[in-house]
Design a protein around this ligand. Sequence first.
Ligand SMILES: [Zn+2]
Length: 351
Amino acid sequence: MCTNIGATGASVRGGSKVYFGSVSDDPYDIRTRVIVEREEGGYAFVGTDLVPLEANGSAAAYRDSVSGAPTRGLNERGLGFTWALAFERPENTPPDGALKPHDLWRRVMREGESVGDALAILEESPRDMGGLALIADRTGDLAQVEIGRRNIEVTDRRTRGAGGAMVNVNCWVSMQAADGVAAYGLDVPTTSNISRYESANARMSTVDGRIDLGTMRDMLCNHEHKEKFPGENTMLAGHGFSVCNHGTLHKPAFDTAEPCWGTVSAEIIDPVDGVFWYAYGWPCGETPASGDQMLQERSWGAFLGFPLDALPAGTYTTLTGELTHLAAQHFGHLKHLGPSRRIEPLVEAAE
Ligand SMILES: [Zn+2]
């Protein structure tokens, strides 16, 4: 479960860039790490790998569907993507040979140079995923696309010249009536979709025209509806109602049989400068309020920027929020957004 936000052109301060980002909401025992892939036969990319901490942890069907790399990414040509899961009607079975999300996105990263390329690859490929994606490239093009096993539809597409901003949550808008699960629609007030969708759009409106890395971070730290008990969420009990998602069932410890879901990392992608920004845990950096918000006490509360061109292949962060030795070796190339007091201990520990 995730929230995606994106803006280009006139919506962005100075008008020359495109930024898009996401909070990655998963059960707290399914985590992300930053990887760089450089393999023969395709473009290099930086992105996140989604990995369960335990082979027999929580949410088995979800885990088997979405685990792998990349789940967000930016390639060496400046093409990037992020996405959020959409619940698709069970009768929409995948075609033969259909690709799971990470295999589909890996193809996009390795083969695509532009938003147009990415959309063509997604349309042509047999798909075993339901989701909504934001895709952007170095020219400042930004597209919003609804992706299903049976259908695919581009719902918004802006050039840098035209400008514009867009938001995704875990529900289709255009394809919902034909292909979505009605109980999770934006018209159902007891799910965490409409609360995040309306709040993210409202925040976007207040900063439209002056969006930069700082406002992107602030929008991903949006806590509106955080106080509402996540146990009442009829889409997914334990997933919170705010963008920066502090899901909890108020249990003393994380329970794989009845997991709570929240923001395990946040990402901001800057295709123009070729930087993939990442924050482990909650981007707000708050401390957990409940024992079941496992590992969230390790939340960075700051972003590190990974410039793909300067980084060799490998794994840069761990599933428990540390920097790897490889990251420490290349730390001089990484960029910072947010309080440096949050980052310094990570570097010291990795050296
Ligand atoms: Zn937060």
